[in-house]
Design a protein around this ligand. Structure first.
Ligand SMILES: Cc1cc2nc3c(=O)[nH]c(=O)nc-3n(C[C@H](O)[C@H](O)[C@H](O)COP(=O)(O)OP(=O)(O)OC[C@H]3O[C@@H](n4cnc5c(N)ncnc54)[C@H](O)[C@@H]3O)c2cc1C
Length: 400
């Protein structure tokens, strides 16, 4: 048996013994997701046990170094773990902006003290993070951000406003872009700052979405004092002061890869064909509507081709480095494709598709998910911005 086959056999045994039955059932909705954090209330004993067991092995972040609480697995072993989890339909034990975004940035730009302090807590789901990038006048043109951060000796003084901060009202800490040098050119005076959302002067105001949910907020900083050192030599700034743009861009490549499908969400759940068969039924063993059947077939082929491309890009990327500028291609194609997939699921429902409650839509889940996909091509940078990056950084086209 090769080492990888042995690892697969061991992993299979371990998962069989340790993944609670309840954690092998499909998520019934967003409320079943485990986000962790200091105020997190587990939805069940099984959810708690699953997180604790996976975190103890470092398998909430299988590829992170063992020294910082991760699983220390190679790329191949990580793939095996993911495929074995898929085999038993195991849920992700923890979803977190710490895992998807801040962790990779700390691994690349953080000091040893920052990694040792923050990474193990992210692995165990002890701190829930939010992302303070966008501002009312700085979205696509993010480097225009104006949140002020003044050097006051022992602490930084932060004043300003962020917007669209996902889950800010439920998060413990924020990774935040602030302007530390107002005189420098716009990309140069920015720093990447970490601080506690419970600090005096931080407040949040949830924004209600078309789907009826309020997953993000306006976030206000009114003279927030952020200690320069968070104890034990842990600097509040990641990377060099005024050089935060490098950290911010690197983090965005991980965010885009995740939104584009690298997080494994695409193609999960009920397939388009399955939804359509439920809605329209079969004729001679085939979906009764031939036009829709052709569209669904094309969409499924598209989906699998995309997943293969994603796998290839990950294989080609340097270990632990993410896919770089290619993340813009994944983000653009993955999110536009996801929108098309949900349009098709709405098509097969006909006039019932917009049901907010009832059997077809699993209590409006489908209609709400369809509305939610509209945001996929905005969050993490819009489709137009991804096309600009692809033109510039991948195709190397000249500026217009
Ligand atoms: C669900 C969701 C969650 C989010 N979560 C967070 C979060 O947690 N933290 C955070 O900081 N932000 C978050 N955002 C904000 C997101 O990053 C911004 O919405 C996004 O970057 C676009 O910025 P904007 O909304 O200011 O739009 P604008 O920048 O004002 O863009 C408006 C339109 O103009 C187009 N446009 C702008 N500039 C160009 C250009 N140069 N070329 C071509 N077209 C252009 C855009 O494509 C868009 O269609 C979230 C957004 C959504 C939808």
């Amino acid at each position: 048996m090769s080492n990888l086959e042995e690892f697969r056999a061991e992993t299979r045994r371990w998962l069989e013994a340790n993944c609670p039955r309840e954690m092998r059932e499909d998520l019934r909705g967003e409320e079943d997701i485990c986000w962790g954090g200091r105020n997190w209330k587990f939805k069940s004993e099984a959810q708690k046990l699953w997180l604790e067991r996976m975190a103890a092995k470092g398998w909430t972040t299988p590829a992170w170094p063992k020294g910082y609480g991760g699983g220390g697995l190679s790329k191949e072993e990580t793939k095996v773990l993911k495929s074995e989890m898929r085999r038993i339909n195991a849920r992700s034990p923890l979803e977190s902006f710490g895992i998807w975004m801040l962790g990779p940035a700390l691994l690349k730009y953080g000091t040893h003290e920052q990694k040792a302090h923050f990474l193990p807590a992210i692995v165990r789901g002890e701190i829930r993070w939010c992302q303070g990038y966008s501002e009312p006048n700085a979205g696509s043109d993010l480097a225009s951000l104006a949140t002020k951060c003044e050097d006051k000796g022992e602490h930084w003084l932060v004043t300003g406003q962020k917007i669209w901060t996902s889950y800010a009202d439920e998060s413990d800490w924020i990774f935040c872009l602030v302007r530390t040098d107002p005189k420098a050119t716009k990309h140069n005076g920015i720093s990447f700052l970490l601080f506690d959302m419970a600090s005096p002067g931080v407040s949040t105001k949830p924004i209600k979405l078309i789907s009826g949910k309020s997953p993000f907020c306006e976030t206000f900083f009114d003279n927030v004092e952020v200690p320069k050192i968070h104890g034990d030599g842990v600097s509040a700034i990641v990377g060099e002061p005024n050089r935060g743009w490098d950290v911010a861009k690197y983090l965005l490549t991980h965010e885009r890869e995740m939104i584009g499908g690298g997080g494994g969400g695409l193609m999960a759940g009920r397939g388009i064909g399955e939804v359509a068969v439920g809605d329209i039924g079969l004729e001679d063993g085939k979906l009764a509507d031939p036009m829709l059947r052709a569209k669904i077939t094309a969409a499924e082929i598209d989906g699998w081709a995309f997943l293969l491309t994603l796998e290839r890009m990950k294989d080609e990327a340097k270990a632990g480095q993410g896919v770089g500028a290619n993340s813009s291609m994944l983000k653009y194609y993955g999110t536009e494709m996801n929108k098309r997939r949900y349009e098709l699921m709405m098509d097969s429902g006909g006039s019932d598709a917009l049901e907010w409650e009832g059997k077809r839509s699993n209590d409006g889940k489908l209609a709400k998910m369809w509305l939610r996909t509209k945001a996929n091509s905005i969050e993490g940078g819009t489709s137009e911005i991804q096309l600009n990056i692809i033109a510039k950084r991948i195709l190397e086209l000249p500026d217009a």
